[in-house]
Design a protein around this ligand. Structure first.
Ligand SMILES: C[S@@+](CC[C@H](N)C(=O)[O-])C[C@H]1O[C@@H](n2cnc3c(N)ncnc32)[C@H](O)[C@@H]1O
Length: 471
């Protein structure tokens, strides 16, 4: 029976002491959404630990909470965090009021996080409204991913972007959203430091002292070039680069020449260009698939990338469509999965699914990255080492977070299945499944793993251990 009694509910008791940043704020930092010099407002800040952590890193952070900081003013900020607030409010209408108020304060984006179905067992909890009453008398509503997404869209009129299960971002400007999506799809390659070559790589026609004097400008130009696969326009460099060049009486064109001579390795530059092309195609294909509202509003830098790498917007659109047709082609997908397995990026299981270490996803062909990208669009990133299983036949992608990949025998802790047909995310706290590193990671551990499996079999009274990939 549904019990509607104890009111008022002591909501503030849900606020815990945090010793590290909360998951939504740490995700925002990892994605570069929150950076030094930006302003953050924490709506429903609880005990304020996120605020202290952000401030210690040079982020201007303020917050308000009806219990812990009721006198604080509710100010606008570039980024507003509504962290695990909606799920503690028992009245659905009040959730909408809180969401609207938080959105109204966000000048660039709002990050919303809630508890999600499957995250915590609810056995034995008393039902209350559309959620549960906990043993401490607090209320918890566990959202479905699709349900939260629908609520955010209806309330703000903006289609949110999933950052992780239960965590969405709402961007004010389509340009910001496009930049964010492209950079996220670039995955680990977002870091340009791996592409940097030691300076000076080739003989420069400039005096050595000049190279040293404008070293910061050269670094900034090289970083840009190796990220975009093209040289920057003057307005794409920050003002301190121009100030330095003015002081040293070096024109921007000359600085580009010097950078090319001194710091941009041609081979890496060529590779950066082809990676940017593929990243843009994957990005655009996913924009089309997901009917992204911001797709028609790329940032100026992205417009220049497109013109540089594809000639025109039309040619770019045509090539992205061509890319999408590949996704619907089962034979092409199967062949791409087979190539991935042959290249040692993962294994094909007995049901023809590709099982791969998440760290290797960035190395997959664009077609398969589109598959994973569709899943990430719905679920967001899970921010933990995991295995990815692609099942194009059933249009499902499953993510398996791992205990610890460094262990000889990592185990899965749960499974997050993204059903691309139903456009929903299903989380299961599965019984632990042993991961055969030999199969998934291409390591020579098979015999030891087999003996562990044998031990498990004995412990299970002769029953086979559950193994993620059996070939
Ligand atoms: C689970 S805590 C989360 C606190 C903090 N955001 C964090 O992530 O640590 C939920 C907080 O929401 C606050 N809260 C309750 N009703 C609220 C409302 N209508 N608007 C804003 N915050 C509310 C509570 O006082 C509580 O501090």
């Amino acid at each position: 029976m549904i019990d509607q009694k104890p009111i008022p509910i002591p909501r503030h008791r849900t606020a815990m002491v945090r010793h590290t940043l909360s998951q939504p704020m740490s995700l925002a930092v990892r994605h570069g959404i929150v950076r030094r010099g930006m302003t953050v407002f924490d709506y429903g800040c609880g005990q304020g630990d996120d605020l202290r952590a952000l401030a210690s890193a040079g982020v201007e952070a303020a917050g308000w909470d009806p219990h812990f900081a009721p006198e604080a003013s509710r100010n606008e900020a570039q980024i507003v965090n509504l962290g695990f607030v909606l799920n503690v409010i028992e009245d659905p209408a009040e959730r909408v009021v809180a969401l609207k108020a938080a959105w109204a304060l966000a000048t660039r984006m709002l990050v919303v996080s809630v508890m999600i179905v499957g995250a915590v067992p609810v056995d034995g909890l008393r039902q209350f409204g559309d959620g549960y009453l906990t043993a401490r008398g607090t209320f918890q509503k566990y959202f479905q991913q699709a349900e939260l997404k629908a609520m955010l869209t209806q309330t703000t009129g903006i289609e949110p972007v999933a950052l992780a299960p239960g965590i969405f971002a709402l961007f004010r400007s389509p340009e910001d959203e496009q930049d964010f999506l492209l950079e996220r799809r670039r995955g680990r390659r977002a870091s340009t430091s791996a592409y940097r070559t030691d300076r000076p790589a080739r003989v420069s026609s400039a005096k050595p002292q000049l190279v040293d004097r404008i070293a910061d400008a050269i670094d900034a130009i090289a970083r840009f070039a190796l990220q975009h696969g093209r040289l920057p326009h003057p307005d794409e460099m920050p003002s301190d680069v121009h100030d330095l060049l003015t002081t040293e009486r070096v024109s921007f064109a000359r600085a580009l020449e010097i950078s090319q001579d001194a710091s941009i390795n041609e081979e890496l530059f060529g590779r950066a260009a082809s990676e940017r092309r593929e990243d843009l195609l994957v990005h655009q294909a996913l924009n089309i698939l997901n009917r992204s509202r911001s797709a028609s509003r790329p940032s100026p830098a992205m417009v220049r990338d497109i013109r540089h790498h594809f000639g025109s917007q039309q040619q770019f659109a045509e090539q992205a469509l061509e890319y999408l047709h590949g996704l619907a082609d089962a034979q092409r997908t199967a062949a791409a999965m087979r190539r991935a397995a042959d290249n040692g990026f993962g294994a094909i299981d007995e049901d023809g699914r590709l099982v791969i270490d998440s760290a290797r996803v960035v190395d997959l062909e664009g077609l398969l990255r589109c598959y994973v990208g569709c899943a990430v669009y719905l679920s967001g990133e899970i921010g933990q080492e995991h295995i990815v299983r692609l099942d194009p036949l059933h249009r499902r992608t499953t993510l398996f977070p791992l205990t610890d990949k460094r262990q000889p025998f990592p185990e899965t802790v749960s499974s997050i299945t993204i059903d691309l047909k139903r456009q929903d995310v299903i989380i299961r706290e599965d019984p632990r499944v042993l991961v055969r590193k030999a199969d998934v990671f291409g390591m020579a551990l098979r015999s030891r793993q087999r003996s562990i499996e044998a031990q498990r079999r004995v412990a299970n009274g002769g029953e086979e251990a559950k193994v993620l990939v059996r070939i």
